[in-house]
Design a protein around this ligand. Sequence first.
Ligand SMILES: NC(=O)c1ccc[n+]([C@@H]2O[C@H](COP(=O)([O-])OP(=O)(O)OC[C@H]3O[C@@H](n4cnc5c(N)ncnc54)[C@H](O)[C@@H]3O)[C@@H](O)[C@H]2O)c1
Length: 321
Amino acid sequence: MIQLENKRVLVTGGAGFVGSNLVRRLIRDGARVTVLDDLFTGTLANLPPTGFDFIEGSVCDAALIDKVVPEHAVIFHMAARNIIVSTKNPREDFESNIGGTLNVLMAARGSQVERILYTSSTSVYGNPRYLPINEDDHLSLLTPYAVSKLGGENYCMAFYESYGLPTTAVRYSNVFGPGQHPSNPYCGVVAKFIEALFEGRSPVIHGDGNQTRDFTYVDDAVEATLAAARSDRALGEVFNVGTGVETRVNELVATLIKVTGANVEATHSDRRDIDNIRRRVVNIEKTRRALRWVPEVTLEKGLRRTVEWQRAQTNGGAKPA
Ligand SMILES: NC(=O)c1ccc[n+]([C@@H]2O[C@H](COP(=O)([O-])OP(=O)(O)OC[C@H]3O[C@@H](n4cnc5c(N)ncnc54)[C@H](O)[C@@H]3O)[C@@H](O)[C@H]2O)c1
């Protein structure tokens, strides 16, 4: 079991949504944290004012990565172009998500790095044949983003097999929670829906809303990520991080309308290129057994916390009229 207290820990993409939540948790645990981020979707405002070192730079900068990575004992590699950027510009996605990951792995080879934790995505499952989805089920890559996230993951596993590099990957499923800003054009759907409800607008659902996802509260994702990075049993392994609960987007919106008390109804628009996954819910048994981790926050509880956070961000804590 890897201890993180007093260890030098690098979080690439640490100024982003999940990364900044992880950074807070690592600082609380006494780790000596460095964040490396090019501030593409991330922002310093996500992070606490002090308690960590910050390097503004890209994982595509091989010379920088060669210098920074070996100075750290544990690497959380979260820097990535997200699905919307990736769909618009697959080359940029390729360079960051695959090229950047390769840079991190090459820099770690031959160093004293104890663990590299890679954050992959359940988008690699595409439209699954069976539900809930197991880690070793058939993969179907329906977006350039899925290709690049799997590319990074495959490189991690290949570096484990070929060079004994201590890598582990987690596949996140639709993470939401405090820190996901609706002002970021690339943020997840939950923050966008909440923003619409606060402003008295109808949340716009792409498609009929019967598409399903496994929505994961960010604190649960962070705990699973830490458990995966620390566990000896996680070496060379890939873990689903979700809840095992399948939720229709229509249900998500109905819960948000209830939680915010908004007096509007959802509307529907045409589905977008990236909305080609009909159903998704993951099996978390492997993660539960190997890492002794279970998600603790139900969807409604997580949405309540997210609504409160977003309310405090937008109007200083006042309840919407
Ligand atoms: N949020 C989710 O639902 C979800 C689901 C599946 C996988 N993931 C993965 O989790 C990780 C974190 O996602 P997030 O939701 O926090 O996204 P995010 O966009 O908020 O965070 C990504 C961070 O990486 C930074 N970044 C992007 N390209 C970079 C580069 N070339 N060099 C350095 N920094 C760079 C961004 O500025 C940002 O701070 C990503 O690897 C993502 O693929 C997230």
